[in-house]
Design a protein around this ligand. Structure first.
Ligand SMILES: CC(C)(COP(=O)(O)OP(=O)(O)OC[C@H]1O[C@@H](n2cnc3c(N)ncnc32)[C@H](O)[C@@H]1OP(=O)(O)O)[C@@H](O)C(=O)NCCC(=O)NCCS
Length: 194
C-alpha cells in the first residue's frame, strides 16, 4: 500500500466537497497555493518540478480565473481547499476539435489524500464537460503517478498511447500516458473521419 493510502485521517468523519469557482476569495487563494505547493514538493504531476515563488503561484491561479477556456473546480476537506482540477475547452478557431476538451492540473494535497477528493473532482469535470455538450474528455499523466493512473483506469478512461519523452524532472526523462473518455453518443460523434 502506498503512502497516499496510509493517510491517518482516511476513513475519518472529514467532509469532502467539490465546487466550480468563478472567483477566488483571498483566503481560498492562499489555501489553493498552499495545497499546490505541498503537492509539487511531494512529486506533483502538476507541471512544476519545484514550487515557484508565492507571487508567481498566485499569478498563475489568477490567470486560470481570467482565461475564458478554463473552468476551475476545487476540492475542500472540512471547508479548506486541498485540491483542484481544471477543464480546458478548445479555442474558438479549433473547429475540428470542438467536440473534445481536456482535464488538466488535477491534484490533491498529500494531507488530504485518501478521502475520495480526486474521484469527486474528476467526476465534477466529467459532469461539467458532459453538460457543456462535449463528446470526449482527454487527459495525460506521467507514468510515475500511479495513484492517478489507477483512478483514471477505474473511472472508465481509455489509455490510447504512451509518449516515451513526456516530461523531464530532476535530470530524468519520464514517459507519459494519454487517455480519453467518451462522454456521449460515441458511435455518432467520435468516429474519426478519413
Ligand atoms: C492522484 C491523486 C489526485 C489522488 O487523490 P486522492 O484524493 O487521494 O484520491 P481518491 O481518494 O479520490 O482515490 C480515488 C481512487 O484513486 C486511486 N488511488 C488513490 N490513491 C491511490 C494509491 N495510493 N495507490 C493506488 N491507487 C490510488 C484508487 O482507485 C482510489 O479509489 P479507491 O479508494 O476506491 O480504491 C493524488 O494522489 C495526487 O494529487 N497525486 C499527485 C498529482 C497527480 O498525480 N495528479 C494527476 C495528474 S493528471
Amino acid at each position: 500500500m502506498s503512502a497516499e493510502h496510509q493517510n491517518p485521517l482516511a476513513g475519518s468523519d472529514s467532509v469532502v466537497t467539490v465546487e466550480k469557482v468563478t472567483e477566488l476569495k483571498r483566503s481560498d487563494l492562499y489555501d489553493l497555493c498552499d495545497a499546490a505547493e505541498a503537492a509539487i514538493i511531494d512529486g506533483g504531476g502538476f507541471g512544476w518540478v519545484t514550487p515557484p515563488d508565492r507571487e508567481v503561484m498566485e499569478r498563475y491561479w489568477k490567470g486560470v480565473m481570467a482565461v475564458p477556456e478554463r473552468t476551475l473546480v476545487v476540492g475542500r476537506l472540512d471547508g479548506v481547499i486541498a485540491g483542484s482540477a481544471q477543464l480546458v475547452r478548445p479555442t474558438r478557431n479549433n473547429e475540428a476539435q470542438a467536440f473534445a476538451c481536456n482535464l488538466t492540473t488535477s491534484f490533491v494535497a498529500p494531507w488530504a489524500r485518501g478521502h475520495g477528493m480526486a474521484r469527486k473532482l474528476t467526476q465534477a469535470i466529467i459532469d461539467e464537460a458532459t453538460n457543456l455538450g462535449f463528446g470526449i474528455l482527454n487527459l495525460d499523466v506521467r507514468e510515475t503517478q500511479r495513484a492517478a493512473i489507477t483512478l483514471y483506469d477505474h473511472m472508465g478512461f481509455t489509455r490510447w498511447g504512451t509518449h516515451p519523452h513526456y516530461a523531464r524532472a530532476k535530470g530524468r526523462t519520464i514517459a507519459g500516458h494519454f487517455y480519453y473518455k467518451v462522454l456521449e453518443r460515441p458511435e455518432e460523434e467520435t468516429e474519426p473521419q478519413a
